[in-house]
Each structure stands twice: as C-alpha cells, then as structure tokens.
Design a binder for this molecule. Structure first.
Ligand SMILES: Nc1ncnc2c1ncn2[C@@H]1O[C@H](COP(=O)(O)OP(=O)(O)OP(=O)(O)O)[C@@H](O)[C@H]1O
Length: 283
C-alpha cells in the first residue's frame, strides 16, 4: 500500500460548483460562462465554465497550446471572446480595465527603455490623470514594496532580469488593482531567483487579498503559490480539473518538503498526463 493517502479533493468540473453562475456580483470574482474562442475556423477554447473566487490565487496549468494565455488575455480584455461571457464582479472586462481595477504582468517586463524606472511605474497613473507629485510618491512606494527602493531614477537597461520584472510588477500594482493576471511572469528567470520572487509574490497576495490568476508550466510553482489549481487540456482547450490546494496559507520553501505538497504535486502531474493524452506531450 502507498505510504500516502489518496489525494481526494479534485473537483469534477462536469458536475460541480466550479460551473459559473450568473448572479456573482462579488467584486474581484471572475465568472467565466461558456467562454469560447475560435481563431479562424479553429476552436481554441471550448465552452469554459469556471468561477475564480475573489481573493484566491489560481494557477492555470496545462499542455503547451491548450489556450492558457488566450484565456488570460480574454479576461484581461486584450482579446475578444467568440462566445460566452466573462464577468468581473458585476462588470465587464472592458469596464474593469478602464477603471484600472485589473492589471496584467507578462513574461517579458516590457519596460519603456527611455523612461526611468519610476516613470515606467507611473505610466498607468498618467493614464488616470494623477498629478505628477502624487504619481512619483505612489511609484516610489510601490518600488519599495517590490524591493527596488532607491532605483526610481535608474534606467531599465541597468536592471537585472529579476529587477526589471519586479519593476513590471510594481507598475501592475501601482493602481492597486483588485485583480492581477500573470502570464508566466518568472518564466525567463533562473530557478533560485524565481523561487524567491514566487514567495515574495505569495506574501504580497497574502497581505493584500487581491485575486491573482497565474499561468505557469511549473507544477511545483503552481502548488507552492496557489489556493486553487485549474488543469487544462487541449484540442480543443478546456478545463479538465479544479483542485483546491489545502496547504496552509503561510507558504515558504519548507512546504516543498511536506507530505501534502508531495501528494498534491503527484496529483497535478497525473492530471496533466491525462490532459496531455497518450502522446504524453509536455506542459
Ligand atoms: N493570434 C493568434 N492567431 C491564431 N492562433 C493563435 C493566436 N494566438 C494563439 N493562437 C493559437 O491558439 C492556441 C492556444 O495558444 P495559447 O498561447 O493561448 O496557448 P498556451 O496554453 O498559453 O501555450 P504555451 O503554454 O505554449 O504558452 C495555440 O494553438 C496557438 O497557436
């Protein structure tokens, strides 16, 4: 017999509360109702139903090409849906984006090279019409939170990859959005830095109560950070499982050595193998 008990709480999305309901008006909850995406004649995402609870940290994981980024971009209002609807509380993604209540972080920091770090972080505040002195104060405060205190006058080319990504995160958080969408934000960084930034991000989430949706290829990263893991399959892209992660809210490197961490990573790996199909294509 296995020394570890079977992992139980996988939610079968075909018959569960993971389905969207139409009456979710909680700010910062994301409701996906039969969300469908075609590129040309190709069905990319097939009728996605899911609710991201307000204040949760949800990781999307699945084989390459299953539509994780596309789904995130539709929530962010960067991509139109072909069918179904996305609601954020009582608002549309478009309303939420225009209110600066939602922001997105990409794998590449995309800092404007000719603006100082501070003036990069100020960009969304400029769009909101915030005064220059207030912009600078807010940007400096946000830079301090991500460990870039004193780097406001620096230029992006002088930052390391990890520092540039912290600046991008400061820019995403400076408007205090209730929802942060992150598409493999640490994917280009080395393992040690990535782990450090992961736990910093987790602390930030734990202290602010924001809703975070995080795309990753790393099972360990998903388990270490999330309150929920959504496993996607492909051809066409769909949700195959939703796993609540019942690890303590307080996270850190010690958790990766726990039995429960091992059980959950094993279960996610099993679900991913099922999602990838017989060819066993990697995530
Ligand atoms: N603008 C586009 N036009 C046509 N097809 C697209 C476009 N963007 C994405 N696709 C296709 O949609 C599918 C899903 O792509 P997407 O990038 O969302 O997947 P993903 O799960 O994020 O992949 P990865 O893990 O490799 O980043 C892929 O087959 C991709 O080729």
């Amino acid at each position: 017999m296995s020394p570890f008990p079977t992992f139980e709480p996988t939610v079968d999305v075909s018959a569960s509360g993971a389905r969207a309901t139409t009456d979710i008006a909680v700010p910062n909850a994301i409701s996906l109702d039969a969300v469908t995406k075609y590129y040309g004649d190709t069905l990319i995402l097939d009728s996605i139903d899911h609710v991201v609870e307000a204040g949760s940290f949800v990781s999307l994981i699945g084989p390459s090409g299953c539509g994780k980024s596309t789904l995130l971009r539709m929530i962010a209002d960067l991509e139109p849906v072909s069918g179904g609807s996305v609601r954020i509380g009582a608002r549309t993604p478009d309303e939420c984006r225009r209110d600066h209540a939602m922001s997105m972080v990409f794998q590449s920091p995309n800092l404007v090279p000719w603006r100082s770090v501070r003036r990069n972080v100020e960009l969304p505040l400029e769009a909101m019409g915030v005064s220059a002195s207030r912009r600078a104060a807010l940007a400096d405060a946000e830079l301090a939170k991500v460990g870039l205190d004193g780097y406001g006058d620096a230029h992006p080319r002088t930052l390391s990859g990890g520092m540039a990504q912290r600046a991008a995160i400061a820019r995403a958080l400076v408007t205090d959005p209730g929802i942060v969408l992150m598409d493999e934000p640490f994917g280009a960084l080395d393992e040690i830095l990535r782990e450090r930034l992961n736990y910093e991000l987790h602390d930030l989430w734990a202290t602010t109560g924001k809703t975070i949706v995080f795309v990753t290829h790393s099972i360990a990263e998903a388990v270490a950070l999330s309150t929920d893991i959504v496993v996607m399959g492909r051809n066409p892209g769909r949700i195959v499982s939703h796993l609540p992660v019942d690890l303590p809210r307080e996270r850190g490197p010690h958790l990766a050595e726990s039995e429960r961490f091992f059980q959950i990573t094993t279960e996610v790996r099993r679900l991913l193998a099922l999602a990838a199909g017989p060819s066993g294509a990697s995530t």
